[in-house]
Write a protein of this length. Structure first.
Length: 168
């Protein structure tokens, strides 16, 4: 039996859905809690590039679906060697907060590699959501993504107790 794992990270953000959605669509905002730069706003059918300057990494992203304040679906090189899909679902709550769910799937490799990619992606997107929460709710930039691999991506090897890091 082949394993097809999905990575999932979820978090309540105590801000209105329009503000939380915009934080992922506008690269000027996203750069405050996830990547260091983006080539443009997310729009359905558009391709953009996201950059993590601290790691020397750029990733092409294609927006497959974008439903205002509800959902974003992209295709990207998320596990370093193949294209995966990432979906954000934004659920407004009666108190004005937003529940965000991020799911990543389509990992490449054998069963063990796909599971490792899903675990790494779950970790990465959890850091993204924690950084988003701190930024939107408290105006604090935690630098979680940059601080995850302080010695750079090349310093993370299986021999050093890690797997290839996720793109998040």
């Amino acid at each position: 039996m082949t394993v097809h794992p999905r990575a999932r990270a979820e978090m309540l953000i105590r801000k209105p859905v329009r503000e939380v959605f915009e934080a992922f669509v506008d690269p000027e905002i996203t750069a405050k809690f996830w990547f260091t730069g983006g080539s443009g706003r997310l729009e359905k059918g558009k391709s953009v590039t996201w950059e993590w300057a601290m790691y020397g990494v750029t990733v092409p992203v294609t927006v497959k679906a974008l439903e205002e304040n509800r959902r974003i679906l992209i295709d990207w090189l998320g596990d370093l060697d193949s294209s995966t899909e990432v979906e954000w679902v934004f659920t407004p709550r009666p108190d004005g907060s937003t529940f965000v769910s991020i799911t990543n799937w389509g990992f490449n490799g054998d069963d063990v590699e796909r599971i490792e990619h899903a675990v790494g992606s779950t970790e990465g997107f959890t850091l993204v959501l924690a950084g988003l929460k701190a930024f939107l709710e408290h105006g604090v930039q935690l630098n979680l993504v940059a601080d995850r691999f302080p010695d750079g991506l090349g310093a993370v090897t299986p021999e050093a107790g890690g797997d290839e890091p996720p793109r998040q």
